[in-house]
Design a protein around this ligand. Structure first.
Ligand code: ATP
Length: 199
């Protein structure tokens, strides 16, 4: 599995549609200060489901939408598509190429797609959760991140290792199942009360 291409449109400094083709191996992005190198990395984090504006170096999520320049009006939406080569089947989906799209409007409304079909953020998170490019973005190591990891609390470090090992997904499913069981038990109790009243 490797990242094949990234198309960015209306995202941060990328007003016009821009496609970066990525080959297997190492890719270096070079350019002057403020030219948008980090915005490329932000686009990857964002399309993979990042929900924190701070992690994207903004104050609020809307800040990812092109805000305009002296010569160009602001845009109403940001859109990023990441195409992943899935030739080795690392992603549990029957396609050798997988495109993930995220779109956001100024109203705050977001849309997600997998290979052009609408889906929920949860579908994207589930698709990626066993591949090592999960929600916590351990694939993106920002400045100061290694230091934070070394000084993390044991439980935070454990969460990191669990995600890397693919355990986190099952833990979340277990928590969800327990919540459903609890709700079911409440319903059963209520039913028993009603039956007792009718006797
Ligand atoms: P450095 O080498 O200094 O780290 P960089 O190449 O990584 O810089 P970025 O931080 O990616 O640069 O890009 C910063 C630029 O992106 C700034 O010029 C900023 O004005 C622009 N920018 C960020 N968000 C938006 C937005 N929503 N609309 C328009 N431009 C934006």
């Amino acid at each position: 599995m490797h990242l094949k291409s990234l198309t960015v449109k209306g995202f941060k400094s990328f007003a016009s549609a821009t496609t970066l083709r990525l080959e297997p191996g190492i890719t270096c992005v070079v350019g002057p200060n403020g030219s948008g190198k980090s915005n490329v990395v932000d686009a990857i984090a964002w399309v993979l489901g990042e929900q924190g504006a701070k992690a994207l170096r903004g104050g609020k999520m809307e800040d990812v939408i092109f805000a305009g320049t002296a010569g160009r009006a602001p845009l109403g939406r940001a859109e990023v598509t990441l195409t992943i080569d899935n030739g080795d089947g690392a992603l549990p989906i029957d396609y050798t190429e997988v495109s993930i799209t995220r779109r956001m409007f100024r109203s705050g409304e977001s849309e997600y797609e997998i290979n052009g079909s609408s889906c929920r953020l949860l579908d994207i998170q589930e698709l990626l959760s066993d591949s090592g490019i999960g929600r916590e973005m351990h694939i993106i190591v920002g400045q100061g991140r290694l230091d934070a990891m070394l000084h993390a609390k044991p439980e935070d470090r454990r969460a990191f290792i669990e995600e890397a090992a693919g355990v986190l997904k099952h833990r979340k499913r277990k928590e969800k199942a327990i919540r459903k069981l609890d709700a079911m038990q409440t319903n059963l109790n209520r039913l028993n009360d009603l039956t007792a009243e009718l006797r």
